[in-house]
Write a protein that binds this ligand. Structure first.
Ligand code: AMP
Ligand code: MN
Ligand code: MN
Ligand code: MN
Length: 279
């Protein structure tokens, strides 16, 4: 076990998590986490409540965000740690990304409507704790509710993943913008769950080279999405590019997430943890 039980990526009802920010903090504390970052998708709304709750229970809290980025033909997520949630360029940039999300939500609903699934936007909004942040996860929960699929995983498999009838291509922030906003707000930029991206070796190298050149500093090595082979592969990436290593559950809720808060595997001991930059 790492001496620090750090969990530097998770979600609340400010985006597509199912627990309120204060509930996330209390669950993390109960699970033995002693350094927590809340990193909602494209949104800073939950940070004040989480920080208050963390103060109450005596848990070290890092304000964070997970920015949606378009890179080549993929969506890549960049986590920002220790950002100043009032920084104007970050606030404005995320506002723009959320507006893009609004438009996409309408398009997703229209695509689902075409295949006979009606009222999906209203349905998704009922699951969205924050109407300014509609995620595919909210659509997925509604589609499970109305019996379209057995579980959220199957909804993604058959309806919401690329190439499926409810998928809409979308242009998110650029990598340059996301890293720029995070660094401008005094934060540390980290590539989230790289094992999830369908990028070949050449494209993956291009991503990490560009990310480093922009001043990106970290990569999630141990996270909810990675199997043992991916932990080894992205440990090598961290060494190759001199990146700090992060550990993260990417927790979305007790019923939604395979890995609970604070339960990602420990980092390989030779890597430098990203939390050494957060002291
Ligand atoms: P969005 O950012 O709106 O495109 O939604 C992405 C979110 O959907 C992710 O952050 C996850 O919460 C969820 N998600 C994506 N793929 C899957 C999947 N295969 N199974 C379950 N949830 C998924
Ligand atoms: Mn999510
Ligand atoms: Mn993500
Ligand atoms: Mn996430």
């Amino acid at each position: 076990m790492n001496p620090v039980n750090a969990d530097l990526h998770c979600h609340s009802t400010a985006s597509d998590g199912t627990l309120a920010p204060a509930q996330v903090v209390r669950r993390a504390h109960a699970n033995g986490v002693d350094l927590l970052a809340l990193t909602d998708h494209d949104e800073l709304l939950g940070l004040a409540e989480a920080a208050d709750a963390a103060r109450d229970v005596g848990l070290r809290f890092v304000p964070g965000v997970e920015v949606s980025v378009s890179w080549l033909d993929q969506t890549v997520h960049v986590v920002g740690l220790n950002i100043d949630p009032s920084h104007p360029a970050l606030v404005a940039g995320l506002h723009q990304v959320r507006e893009g999300r609004d438009g996409r939500a309408g398009q997703i609903a229209a695509e689902l409507d075409r295949i006979g699934i009606h009222g999906a936007l209203e349905g998704a909004l009922r699951y969205a704790g924050n109407p300014a942040l509609v995620s595919r996860a909210h659509f997925a929960r509604y589609l499970v509710e109305i019996g379209i699929a057995r579980n959220v995983h199957d909804v993604f498999l058959h309806y919401l993943a690329r190439g499926k009838p409810g998928y809409v291509e979308h242009v998110w922030a650029t990598l340059d913008e996301a890293v720029g906003w995070i660094r401008g707000a005094g934060g540390v930029a980290v590539i989230a769950h790289p094992g999830r991206y369908r990028l070949g070796h050449v494209e993956m190298d291009l991503l990490f080279e560009r990310f480093r050149d922009l001043g990106g500093e970290g990569v999630e090595v141990c996270c909810g999405a990675h199997d043992g082979g991916q932990v080894l592969a992205f440990s090598r990436v961290a060494r190759k590019y001199g990146l700090l290593a992060s550990r993260a559950s990417d927790f979305h809720g007790p019923e939604d997430s395979p890995v609970d808060l604070g339960r990602a595997p420990p980092l390989p001991p030779d890597l430098t943890p990203v939390w050494t930059r957060l002291q």
